[in-house]
Design a protein around this ligand. Structure first.
Ligand code: PMV
Length: 364
C-alpha cells in the first residue's frame, strides 16, 4: 500500500461530432480540454476513509471496519466488465442511499464507493485514506466532469493499491503511466461512469485518460493524426441537465421511430467521418474551403441533434447570437442546455471577439 501523498489530474473534453450517435455504435471525435480535475490522496492509519468534493459540497467519511463488514460479493472480483444497473441498485442499498437518488452528489459518492470497494478488495484489509477531488470543470455542462472524476479516482486507487506503479520518479514534478496502465485506468473509469450515467459510450473517459484528439467507436480509440490548430469558443448556457436522462430519451425516440431516427444517427456518423477527413487535409494546408465545410458540418449536426430531441431554447439562442456574427455553433455533450461550441475562423477573429460581449456569456 502506498505510503506517501498522491496527486493526480485528468482533463475534461469537448465532443466535436458524434455525441449520442456514439452511444449507438457510431464514430465520435473528441478533444481534451485544458480544464482539469485534480485529486489528492492521503494515506492514513486512522481506520477511516474520507471523501471530500468541495465543488459540490460533499464531505463523507466511513469507518474502514464497517465497510469491511458489508456484503460486497455482488461486486465480483476484479471483473470490471460486470457492472449492471442491478449492481448499482444493490450498491445504493449497501450505502444506505434512497433507491431513486439521481442527484450528482449521491452518484459521485456511489461511484467512489464502487471503485474503492472493488479496486481495494485485492488488499488484505481495506486501506485507510482521505481523498479530495476538486475541478476547474463545471458539472453537468457537457464537458466530461464525471469522466475526469472517475479517471482520477481509478488512477489514484489503482496506484494506492499498487495495481499500477506510481509513475513519479525521484526528483520529477510530474509523471505519466504506460499505455498498459492507462488501459486499466480507463477500464475502471468506465465502470465509475456507468455508476453515474447508466449506459455511457466510453468516449468521455477515453479522452480524459489519454488526452489529445481522439476518434472513438465502440471502445476502439485512435488518435487523430496531426490535428490542425482550431480556435473554438466554448459557451456555457448554464442550463443544468442530466446526461443519463437525455441518453435515455434518444433511446426511446429511436425505439418509437426507428425508420426516422436510425438514419439521423447514420448521418451523424457520416458527419464525424467527413470532419475527420477534412481535419486530416487541414493539417497540411488549411484553406477557407475547409472552414466552409467544417461550418456546414456543424450546422447539419446541430439540426440532427435538435431532431433527436436534445436541443434547448438556450442552445437555439446561442446559435442565433453566433450566426448574427457570421459564426457556426452546435451543442457539445449531451445537450438539453450545457455547453455549445463555436468555430472561430482565423479571418473572422475580430468579429468573434466582439461576439464575446454578447450573451450567453462564454464559460472560458
Ligand atoms: O454531456 P456529457 O459530458 O456527459 O457527454 C455525453 C456524451 C454522450 O454521447 C451524450 C453520452 C455518451 O456516453 O457518449
Amino acid at each position: 500500500m502506498l505510503s506517501e501523498v498522491l496527486l493526480v489530474s485528468a482533463p475534461g473534453k469537448v465532443i466535436l461530432h458524434g455525441e449520442h450517435a456514439v452511444v449507438h455504435g457510431k464514430v465520435a471525435l473528441a478533444v481534451a480540454l485544458n480544464l482539469r480535475t485534480f485529486l489528492r490522496l492521503q494515506p492514513h492509519s486512522n481506520g477511516r476513509v474520507g471523501l471530500n468534493l468541495p465543488n459540490i459540497g460533499v464531505r463523507r467519511a466511513w469507518d474502514v471496519a464497517s465497510l469491511q463488514l458489508l456484503d460486497t460479493s455482488f461486486l465480483g472480483h476484479g471483473d470490471s466488465a460486470a457492472l449492471t444497473a442491478k449492481h448499482v441498485e444493490k450498491l445504493k442499498e449497501v450505502a444506505g442511499f434512497p433507491k431513486d437518488c439521481v442527484d450528482p452528489e449521491h452518484l459521485a459518492v456511489l461511484a467512489f464507493l464502487y471503485l474503492y470497494l472493488s479496486i481495494c478488495q485485492s488488499q488484505r484489509a481495506l486501506p485507510s485514506l482521505d481523498i479530495t477531488v476538486w475541478s476547474e470543470l463545471p458539472t453537468g455542462a457537457g464537458l466530461g466532469s464525471s469522466a475526469a472524476y472517475s479517471v482520477c479516482l481509478a488512477a489514484a486507487l489503482l496506484t494506492a493499491c499498487e495495481e499500477i506503479p506510481n509513475p513519479l520518479k525521484d526528483g520529477e514534478a510530474a509523471g505519466r503511466w504506460t499505455e498498459e496502465n492507462l488501459e486499466l485506468i480507463n477500464k475502471w473509469a468506465f465502470q465509475g461512469e456507468r455508476v453515474i450515467h447508466g449506459n455511457p459510450s466510453g468516449v468521455d473517459n477515453a479522452v480524459s485518460t489519454w488526452g489529445g484528439a481522439l476518434r472513438y467507436q465502440q471502445g476502439k480509440i485512435s488518435s487523430l493524426k496531426r490535428p490542425p490548430v482550431l480556435k473554438i469558443l466554448l459557451i456555457n448556457t448554464k442550463v443544468p441537465r442530466s446526461t443519463k436522462v437525455l441518453v435515455a430519451n434518444v433511446r426511446s425516440r429511436l425505439l418509437k421511430f426507428p425508420e426516422i431516427v436510425a438514419p439521423l444517427l447514420t448521418s451523424i456518423d457520416a458527419i464525424s467521418l467527413e470532419c475527420e477527413r477534412v481535419l486530416g487535409e487541414m493539417a497540411a494546408a488549411p484553406t477557407p474551403e475547409h472552414y466552409l465545410t467544417l461550418e456546414e458540418l456543424i450546422d447539419m449536426n446541430q439540426h440532427h441533434l435538435n431532431a433527436l430531441g436534445v436541443g434547448h431554447a438556450s442552445l437555439d439562442q446561442l446559435c442565433q447570437v453566433t450566426t448574427a456574427h457570421g459564426l457556426h455553433s452546435k451543442l457539445t455533450g449531451a445537450g438539453g442546455g450545457g455547453c455549445g461550441i463555436t468555430l472561430l475562423r482565423p479571418d473572422r477573429e475580430t468579429e468573434a471577439q466582439r461576439g464575446r460581449e454578447t450573451r450567453p456569456r462564454p464559460h472560458s
